[in-house]
Design a protein around this ligand. Structure first.
Ligand code: 6PG
Length: 243
């Protein structure tokens, strides 16, 4: 069920391998002077990914960066996914600020979502009814099998029209702005980066249980076009046989 996957000894090795993979894909996507689009997630594992990006010489001038989701906090808040990326990646890598498409989560949530949709449409040149097609999207998975800010029971999980939305997570007691499944599933290539023993149960269900995405939201990735999983042994134990 899993498709393409790679398992590594620990989170650092897993993040380094996924960073190398993403940079290789971005190299291809920017060949001939084309612009590439990358969306990244937040949380703790991505910090290792961002540090690996910052530690690798790369020409970021033709890469435009978006976020998969953002917490409903200002960009300087300790829980901000933007702040995490800015400190671990954008600043040390001198990422071109003109290429950064931040979710303005300091705004009223619905307004932030509307702004983000406008930014997506502006960059991808898509009209209403068309879905932006990212070159690469990096997603994580929580211990409850959520991905992006699609938490179990969230009706947006079944929506295939909306591009992005603001939702209040009871579980996190927090507003979130998130890409919706239509955009997540339209990506040319998706990198799922999952580490930690606390993910074992979720990964087992996401990969092996009957399709029940309201219960295991990351299962929606079965509908995506081209997904590769990068996991550490701790998370993959029993969910997939280590390669
Ligand atoms: C967020 C993320 C979220 C994340 C998972 C996994 O804003 O929290 O976008 O979807 O990817 O929670 O996070 P870890 O990799 O840190 O476990």
């Amino acid at each position: 069920m899993i498709g393409k996957h790679h398992t590594y000894a620990d989170p650092k090795e897993t993040a380094a391998a996924s960073a190398k993979h993403i940079l290789g894909r971005l190299e291809d996507a920017t060949a001939g002077g084309r612009l590439a689009s990358l969306a990244v997630s937040g949380g703790s594992t991505p910090k290792l990914l961002f540090e690996a990006f910052a530690g690798t010489p790369f020409d970021w001038t033709r890469v435009h960066l978006f976020w998969v989701d953002e917490r409903g906090v200002p960009p300087d808040h300790e829980q901000s996914n933007y702040r995490l990326a800015e400190q671990a990646f954008l600043r040390p890598a001198s990422f071109p600020t003109a290429n950064v498409h931040r979710i303005q989560a300091e705004l009223q949530p619905e307004l932030a979502a509307e702004q983000y949709i406008a930014d997506l449409r502006g960059f991808f040149g898509t009209a209403v009814g068309e879905v932006p097609k990212f070159d690469i999207i990096h997603q994580g998975m929580g211990p409850d099998a959520h991905t992006a800010s699609l938490f179990p029971g969230e009706p947006l999980i079944e929506d295939r029209e909306t591009l992005a939305a603001a939702l209040y997570s009871q579980k996190m007691s927090q507003w979130r702005i998130t890409l919706a499944p239509a955009v997540l599933l339209a990506a040319r290539h998706t990198v799922m980066l999952v580490t930690g023993a606390d993910k074992v149960e979720a990964l087992r269900h996401v990969l092996g249980s009957d399709y029940a995405p309201l219960q295991y939201p990351t299962q929606i990735m079965r509908e995506a076009g081209d997904v590769v999983w990068f996991m550490d042994r701790a998370s993959a134990e029993g969910a997939v046989e280590p390669l």
